[in-house]
Design a protein around this ligand. Structure first.
Ligand code: CA2
Length: 142
């Protein structure tokens, strides 16, 4: 069975509770349930994980990156700062896709650099929370 891991970084546990204008109204719990259900419908095991801790995200990349078929990751603020997350993505076999809810390049200057982009297979930004599902669908139907 195909396996896809969806990893979310710092503060994304707050989805649906604050800043709905930027990050939408759906909670991470609801979104994760919809991704798992979509996977089940198509015979794909979807594994979800969120952490506010950089090292835990790196552990999750390593734990899934050698046997999952793909990883989707929204590294949150670590996108712009974490050489360690970039190195973990570069080290694993699975293709990793970078997902952002907002369009960081159209925001503050410090969000314009993604340290992970170069080591990702693809990604999406600025489509709201639907971006995750778009990438998930694209991988499943690839
Ligand atoms: O647009 C994205 O998905 C981001 O990865 C979100 C990060 C931000 O630092 C990146 O530049 C772009 C911030 C995540 C904060 O999530 C919240 C969710 C709900 C309410 C408040 C924050």
């Amino acid at each position: 069975m195909k396996r896809i891991a969806i990893l979310n970084g710092p503060n994304l546990n707050l989805l649906g509770t604050r800043e709905p204008g930027v990050y939408g109204h759906q909670t991470l719990e609801d979104l994760e349930a919809s991704w798992v259900a979509f996977g089940q419908t198509h015979g794909v095991q979807v594994i979800c994980f969120q952490s506010n801790v950089e090292g835990e995200l790196i552990d999750a990349i390593q734990a899934n990156g050698f046997d999952a078929d793909a990883i989707l990751i929204n590294p949150g603020g670590y996108t712009h700062t974490s050489v360690a997350i970039r190195d973990a993505i570069a080290a694993v076999d699975a293709p990793v896709y970078e997902v952002h809810i907002s369009h960081p390049e159209a925001r503050e200057e410090f969000r314009k650099t993604s340290l992970v982009r170069e080591v990702c297979a693809g990604g999406v930004s600025g489509l709201g929370v639907r971006g995750y599902m778009s990438v998930l669908e694209s991988i499943i139907f690839k």
